[in-house]
Ligand binder design. Structure first.
Ligand code: NAP
Length: 321
């Protein structure tokens, strides 16, 4: 098959690669579309190796058609259109996927939309509803609200009736967050989000934060009693000072979370719990991936450059031949 290979100089090229060999509990999928994640940029730069046993090929999600079914697979057949989270291997013509990780391609969706669903939606879901145990009517702050994960998080909060605030880095991104249902969206280059949010709504119960160091102190300031801060990345840096008295006084929880390195049974449980709770939102259109742009897989470098420059609103999709 063909797949994206990363050369030692970190350039990408679309070339020959061995076919994946599906295990008995896996299906083989002809990949029609995959989508970018920030982690792809880090892996390509040599800073984020795939977990043990995962494909070395970039790509954490895909949508396509089943072309082979393992002997231990029940309930799936050749010809069905599916999408799934992957530990790697999405930038490739074929992917071997554990059957338990599969989601149906929602009716009427394109491969591009289905490829843009798994990583953003499952990351937002597990961190808000499982890690932070978001309760009805609790208030949420989503940082990087116009990112792939941020757009999914805002939509999920809207679907579950939780008031949501967002930060983003430009006027069009702020406008997009508001259009998706954020009560207030703040341009973090123009204002201090903590000052603004403390002035208006006062405080939040749960914060989803990929920014890290720069926001840490202000995040703790913003959380109300028993608030939860879920750290999903360190875009501004990883070191931060912590006044333990703030943590104790408000009985706060700071939760660190990654999705990719979790064991398969945990990822299956997350996928199934997401489908059980939010598939109605998928089917009624309230959870619909925001597609920023679409590229041919051979132009993956241009797609990566767009993400690296923080230009995307929502997901960047790659189409396979
Ligand atoms: N832990 C996990 O399991 C997990 C899973 C998936 C993703 N993630 C993380 O979640 C984040 C979003 O992922 P994605 O693929 O959706 O990313 P994305 O679409 O590339 O969005 C990232 C956005 O973060 C903002 N940003 C970048 N550097 C920043 C800085 N120094 N300060 C403030 N904002 C900054 C930029 O938006 P603005 O222009 O609005 O500032 C950028 O567009 C990434 O950091 C990713 O690594 C974590």
């Amino acid at each position: 098959m063909h797949a994206i290979r990363v050369r030692p100089d970190h350039e990408m090229h679309w070339g020959e690669c061995p076919d994946p060999q599906p295990a008995p509990g896996e299906v083989l999928v002809r990949v029609h579309a995959t989508a970018l994640n920030r982690a792809d940029l880090m892996q390509r730069a040599g800073h984020y190796p795939p977990p043990a046993g995962a494909s070395e090929v970039l790509g954490l999600e895909m949508a396509g058609r089943i072309v082979g079914v393992g002997t231990a697979v029940a309930g799936w057949r050749v010809g069905q259109d599916v999408c799934a989270l992957l530990p790697g291997g999405g930038y490739a013509a074929l992917a071997a996927v554990p059957a338990d990780m599969l989601m149906h391609m929602p009716p009427g969706w394109t491969y591009a939309q289905a490829a843009a669903l798994p990583e953003a939606a499952l990351t937002a879901f597990v961190n808000l509803y499982v890690e932070a145990a978001l309760q009805p009517h609790e208030t949420v702050l989503v940082h990087a609200g116009a990112s792939g994960v941020g757009t999914a998080a805002i939509q999920l909060c809207k679907a579950s009736g939780n008031p949501v605030f967002a930060t983003a880095g430009s006027a069009p991104k702020v406008a997009h967050c508001l259009a998706m249902g954020a009560l207030q969206a703040l341009d973090h280059h123009a204002v201090d989000f903590a000052v603004e949010l403390l002035r208006a709504p006062g405080a939040v119960d749960v914060i989803l934060d990929p920014v890290g160091a720069d926001y840490f102190e202000r995040n703790l300031q913003l959380l109300r009693l028993r608030g939860r801060l879920v750290m999903i990345s360190t875009l501004s840096g990883a070191g931060a000072a912590l006044d333990l008295r703030v943590l104790m006084g408000k009985r706060l929880r700071v939760i660190g979370s990654v999705l990719r390195s979790r064991a398969l049974p945990e990822k299956v449980a997350i996928t199934r719990a997401f489908v059980e709770r939010f598939w109605p939102a998928v089917l009624d259109g309230s959870l619909l991936p925001v597609i920023d742009s679409e590229f041919a897989i051979a132009d993956a470098s241009a797609a990566h450059a767009r993400m690296a420059a923080n230009l995307n609103i929502g997901k960047i999709v790659l189409h396979l031949p």
